[in-house]
Design a protein around this ligand. Structure first.
Ligand code: G3P
Ligand code: CA
Length: 243
């Protein structure tokens, strides 16, 4: 389907260490025209791309992201845990990813990780960085923290927002309207054809997550979703090239 956004989840995270420049580059090489990533803030107010609030799983450091400076974080190896061939990969800054996609048209889905740790003025900082790179039309901000999405829309009406949720929203287009969101980032199990249609009629699109098998990808493409978030952008590219 033309126009569907193939979002590489944390980059091509099936093949490379998640949320590293290697994963983002590989995702684009494998056919992604979108990158999904997770944004957090360091102790000195810098924006970094990492999923967990704790640095331990992907870097071995016992610290929380919020308690480490960018300089400390940049010294950590974010690749070896996945495979020794990626030794030396670093936790990227948001600026590094925005530089990568500048001029490419690749969409960026920035998930604000502000559910467990509440970073002061994370929304302001992310919006300022996106505007600095002139990428407001290439970015969509998503979060499980829907208050944060309302705040983003008030601060930057020109940037799209996507509501992240599991199965728990009934007729979610009404809720999306109240949150002033543009997209529904639903767990894929919660996506049904009638609702995709109902949402589309109100200008709200679905970007389900995290879809890794071709059969489910085909089913969702058939429903008319606008994007799919996957660890395997190559599999989705293959599905989209069928027929
Ligand atoms: O964007 C969907 C997905 O990234 C949300 O879950 O835990 O992988 O950040 P998680
Ligand atoms: Ca995420």
């Amino acid at each position: 389907m033309a126009g569907l956004i193939n979002f590489a989840h944390r980059g091509a995270s099936a093949y490379c260490p998640e949320n590293t420049m290697a994963a983002f580059v590989r995702g684009i090489e494998l056919g992604a025209n979108g990158i999904e990533t997770d944004v957090q803030m360091t102790a000195d107010g810098q924006l970094v791309l990492i999923h967990d609030e704790l640095l331990a799983r992907t870097t071995g450091s016992p610290k929380l992201v919020k308690d480490a400076t960018l300089e400390e974080i940049k010294r950590l190896d974010a690749g070896s845990w996945f495979d020794p061939q990626f030794k030396g990969e670093r936790v990227p800054t948001l600026a590094e990813l925005l530089e990568l996609v500048c001029g490419t048209g690749v969409q960026v889905n920035l998930e604000l990780k502000n559910g467990v740790v509440l970073y002061p003025e994370l929304e302001e900082a992310v919006i300022a960085e996106v505007r600095r790179y002139g990428l407001t039309e290439q970015v969509i901000i998503s979060s499980f923290n829907h208050y944060s999405l309302v705040k983003c829309k008030l601060l930057a009406p020109e940037i799209r927002t996507g509501i992240l949720y599991g199965e728990g929203l009934y007729e979610p287009w009404d809720y999306a309207g109240r949150v002033r969101a543009d997209a529904l980032h639903a767990f894929y199990y919660a996506v049904i054809p009638e609702w995709v249609e109902q949402a589309a009629a109100r200008g709200i699109v679905y970007h389900p997550y995290t879809v890794n098998d071709a059969a489910t990808m085909r089913r969702l493409v058939g429903m008319g979703v606008a994007g799919i978030i996957t660890d395997y952008p190559d599999r989705l590219a293959a599905v989209l090239s069928e027929a």
